[in-house]
Ligand binder design. Structure first.
Ligand code: DAH
Length: 335
């Protein structure tokens, strides 16, 4: 065998192939168009005519050796990476575990909330996260100097010092969707409006700069406070279970009169405490007027609930930031 041919043969034999990268390196070095085996064939012209036949046989031998090594290593690596043949063919074995994704706990709560209200005859509506002053504040009966309009709470995208009607902001609650809904249609309205809201608050275990709310609105002839209460109690029982411990207490919002807040008991009998989950009330006559609905003819109730709070209660999560960290060790616990 010529020196070149035996050198290549030796290198083929010594080459270690234990993974796909090495297999590919082997192929490139010896078998590819510019590899060492084709190069041996390329030397054919330089061999004296009487030795060419013998040389051809030697080179063929090296080529077959390299090709066989490549084929068998390839097959070996492929069976390694799947199950072994016998395990794969045993149809009595349980299927290999298949790791499916799951919904984020916030999405799971949102789905549950929607399910409950769809059952109660509500539809679902949505509105933009970038709002103007009219929808987020003015139409909701916020007086011009109301502290909620303050820079400290609201993320302003555009703040006009002379003319608030030119302001653009990230909505601080989902209540502006009520206004959009009522402006664009005729009563009766019965809808929930889920979405993201933003507040310029420091991030702690209890508050985050963005969170989710579900707004609710029911406007019709003769809607009563009793219906509001009944709806909220039904909601609490369907989302937290029949034994839920709740309380309803008076509160204040510019856009409702009277107004209330609902709390759910968090923790056990002795060491637990009340956690507020929503505000609600009878739609203020000024709000109805702002969207050209006659408050002498129509009445309604509205509510706005915090999805993070509800999620934390449902799953016993004590730090809101966990819901935004995207840590799989945390998220994979919620089936
Ligand atoms: N928008 C209020 C908030 O962000 C929540 C709220 C309270 C919504 C009372 C309502 C309502 O619709 O009637 O805190």
């Amino acid at each position: 065998m010529t020196d070149q041919a035996s050198k290549v043969k030796e290198d083929v034999l010594n080459f270690t192939i234990e993974n796909a990268e090495q297999l590919e390196a082997f192929r490139l070095r010896f078998l590819s168009r510019k590899g060492e085996v084709p190069a041996l064939f390329g030397l054919m012209g330089k061999i004296p005519a009487d030795q060419r036949k013998a040389y051809g046989q030697q080179v063929n031998e090296v080529k077959n050796l390299a090709q066989d090594k490549f084929d068998s290593k390839k097959a070996e690596l492929e069976t390694d990476s799947t199950a072994s043949a016998s395990a794969r063919d045993d149809i009595s074995l349980p299927p290999a575990p298949f790791n499916t994704g799951r919904l984020h706990p916030l999405s799971q709560s949102l789905e549950r909330i929607q399910e409950v209200f769809l059952r109660l005859g509500f539809t679902v509506a949505e509105g933009p996260e970038l709002e103007d002053d009219f929808h987020n504040f003015t139409a909701l009966n916020f007086p011009p100097e109301h502290p909620a309009r303050d820079m400290q709470d609201t993320f302003y995208i555009r703040k006009d010092d002379e003319d608030a009607s030119r302001d653009l902001l990230l909505r601080t609650h989902t209540s502006p969707v009520q206004i959009r809904l009522m402006k664009n249609g005729k009563p009766p309205f019965r809808a929930i409006m889920p979405g993201r809201v933003y507040r310029n608050e420091s991030i702690t275990a209890k508050s985050y700069c963005l969170f989710h709310q579900v707004e609710g609105l029911y406007v019709n002839k003769g809607v009563t406070f009793a219906e509001l209460k009944e709806t909220l109690i039904m909601f609490a029982e369907l989302v937290f279970g029949k034994d839920v411990k709740y309380q309803i207490r008076p509160s204040f919002f510019p856009f409702t009169e009277p107004s209330l807040e609902m709390d759910i008991w968090w923790g056990d009998e002795k060491t637990g405490k009340w956690l507020e989950i929503m505000g609600a009330g009878m739609v203020h006559p000024n709000v109805l007027k702002a969207v050209d609905i006659d408050p002498e003819v129509y009445t309604g109730f509205a509510f706005g609930m915090g999805v993070e709070r509800i999620t934390m209660l449902r799953y016993g999560i004590d730090d809101i930031r966990l819901l935004y960290d995207n840590d799989m060790r945390f998220l994979s616990q919620f089936r």
